[in-house]
Design a protein around this ligand. Structure first.
Ligand SMILES: *[C@@H]1O[C@H](CO)[C@@H](O)[C@H](O)[C@H]1NC(C)=O
Ligand SMILES: *[C@@H]1O[C@H](CO)[C@@H](O)[C@H](O)[C@H]1NC(C)=O
Ligand SMILES: *[C@@H]1O[C@H](CO)[C@@H](O)[C@H](O)[C@H]1NC(C)=O
Ligand SMILES: *[C@@H]1O[C@H](CO)[C@@H](O)[C@H](O)[C@H]1NC(C)=O
Ligand SMILES: *[C@@H]1O[C@H](CO)[C@@H](O)[C@H](O)[C@H]1NC(C)=O
Length: 497
């Protein structure tokens, strides 16, 4: 079943992609003037990615943006002006295959200094805006061997063609919170309505989070509640479909490293995400209100969740992910302050979780509604993990939350092939389900969890949890209730799907 779900998901992603190709054209036609926001262009170097010499038909013309670009208009004659910053003798990198790719090099074409000190925000932003007006494939290049200081920026679409931001060098954030605008401390680099965007490369994105983590208002610094404690998410994708992020190293985000909101069709592959084990709220990848997500071949070590899945998330497949140290892979927290949350079809396959506070976790607050369903954890190796398997429906940060008569309904969660070792400070299996809304259809097979050191904690914890162990487990789980609770029909009304 797990295999077919994964395959179905991949097919669904492919279908979603082809749907998006059509869908985005509609959007693009309706909105193409929105992309034309270049009021600052006169203050920026006039970009001209044209190489000197004859313009081969295979090379996309990439003139400085016309005042009113329209993808229906014929290509403007392309007078090949010299690139402003390179003196004109640097030929453009050859277009990649397909012939419709234009490279917008932020150093050669847009005057970025790349010395790690000069503010290169304008160069990067202008390169984006220019590539975004290119009806072909535009590649914004932050090249190798340089470091680009970039302030908080929004890369806005929709774009005329597909835009790739290729980072082979380093992009660094300003390190001092005091240098950030007081009214915008929630995100650093944002991709907004950027359908089809790719963020790739072999480079590094460094959020310079240390001074943010050290702020006295942070929970681990005593949680002084005076004043705002907002810290920026490093990379945020919002309302963007068909997003690819691949290959980069991303480190030391002030807060979450990646956050996807209201996206459809997200592929994350081969990332390396790291920040210190004691850095607060530095989740690796957070998805929320997002569908059709594939996260593969990625390594995360940080101070919070490796991957966190928030409300409104559907069809997530996570494969070959290595987590730790950190807080493991989490669905939730959900249902805070009585909210409705829906999460369905989440598969985690072939994961390794090391030295983490949790392994695979579902956490919900008392008092919410909605449901979590169709969750499969398969082939997860645990290495000295506290709470390797945990459902916590009493999630509460203050330890003084009241019990409520509603909760997010958790149903249909399978754990298969969960092996390895646990930290004996907590039981290896903990199912703390709500009094009002029991968890149902929780299944275990091929689970073997041994103490990393010390004595076995033999008592899995179960409260109001229905399901079964299909094979004997280590430790034995005798506390699952078979069948369904009496109020199952009522609770089924909570189901979102
Ligand atoms: C969950 O996945 C199954 C099988 O892949 C699919 O049939 C179903 O529509 C999905 N559920 C939702 C709510 O998309
Ligand atoms: C979505 O991605 C696929 C493959 O990665 C690509 O062929 C398609 O053109 C993309 N769609 C958009 C809208 O960029
Ligand atoms: C996961 O890793 C295995 C072994 O390296 C590889 O064969 C497989 O293709 C990977 N899965 C994905 C989805 O990349
Ligand atoms: C809430 O319910 C749980 C399970 O019945 C119980 O252990 C816990 O003490 C209750 N908490 C409060 C604050 O009443
Ligand atoms: C139980 O959960 C599994 C997923 O773990 C799902 O495939 C199955 O349909 C569920 N069964 C019922 C009766 O809801």
């Amino acid at each position: 079943m797990a295999r077919t779900t994964a395959i179905a998901l991949l097919v669904a992603l492919a279908v979603a992609s082809s749907f998006l190709v059509g869908g985005v054209h509609g959007v693009r036609t309706a909105r193409h003037h929105h992309a034309n926001k270049h009021s600052k262009r006169s203050t920026s170097p006039s970009p001209s990615p044209h190489a000197p010499g004859p313009a081969p038909s295979s090379r996309r013309h990439a003139h400085a943006p016309a005042p009113h670009p329209s993808r229906r208009s014929p290509p403007a004659p392309a007078p090949a002006a010299d690139p402003p910053s390179s003196g004109g003798d640097d030929p453009m990198p050859a277009p990649s295959s397909g012939g419709a790719t234009t490279v917008y090099d932020i150093v050669k074409d847009f005057g970025a200094a790349g010395d790690g000190v000069t503010d290169d925000t304008e160069a990067l932003k202008t390169a984006w805006d220019t590539a975004c007006q290119d009806a072909g494939a535009g590649v914004v290049l932050a090249g190798a061997g340089r470091s680009f200081l970039v302030r908080n920026t929004v890369f806005t679409g929709p774009c005329q063609g597909s835009v790739t931001l290729r980072v082979d060098g380093t992009i660094v954030a300003p390190s001092d919170p005091a240098s950030w605008p007081a009214n915008n401390r929630r995100s650093w680099l944002v991709f907004y309505r950027a359908d089809g965007v790719s963020l790739v490369g072999s480079g590094l994105i460094d959020g310079k989070g240390q001074k943010w983590w050290d702020l006295p208002c942070k929970p681990h610094k005593g949680g002084n509640t005076h004043g705002p404690c907002d810290s920026p998410v490093a990379m945020r994708f919002a309302i963007s479909n068909n997003v690819t992020v691949q290959g980069l190293k991303v480190q030391n985000s002030p807060e979450f490293h990646f956050r996807f909101d209201n996206c459809r069709g997200v592929r994350v592959d081969s990332l390396s995400i790291s920040s210190p084990a004691l850095s607060p709220n530095t989740d690796g990848i957070h998805v929320e209100n997002t569908q059709d997500v594939l996260i593969t071949n990625t390594v995360v070590s940080n101070g919070d969740d490796c991957v966190s899945i928030g409300a409104g998330t559907l069809n997530v497949h996570i494969e070959n992910v290595t987590c730790g140290p950190g807080h493991g892979i989490s669905i939730g927290s959900l249902g805070k302050a009585g909210t409705r949350a829906c999460v369905a079809n989440v598969t985690v396959r072939n994961a390794v979780i090391r030295h983490s506070d949790n392994g695979v976790r579902i956490k919900t607050w008392q008092g919410g509604s909605g449901s979590v369903s169709g969750v499969s954890f398969e082939g997860v190796r645990m290495d000295a993990v506290r709470n390797p398997i945990i459902i916590d429906q009493y999630y509460c940060l203050t330890k003084s939350c009241e019990n409520e008569t509603t909760a997010v309904f958790v149903s249909g969660v399978s754990y298969a092939g969960i092996r390895g070792t646990y930290d004996v400070r907590s039981p290896p299996i903990h199912f703390g389900c709500s009094d009002a809304v029991p968890c149902t259809n929780i299944t275990l097979s091929d689970v073997e969890l041994l103490p990393a050191s010390g004595d076995t904690v033999d008592d899995p914890f179960c409260w109001n949890v229905y399901g079964n162990a299909a094979t004997p487990t280590v430790p034995p789980v005798a506390c699952l209730t078979g069948g369904l609770p009496k109020n199952y029909e009522d609770n089924s009304n909570l189901k979102c799907y």
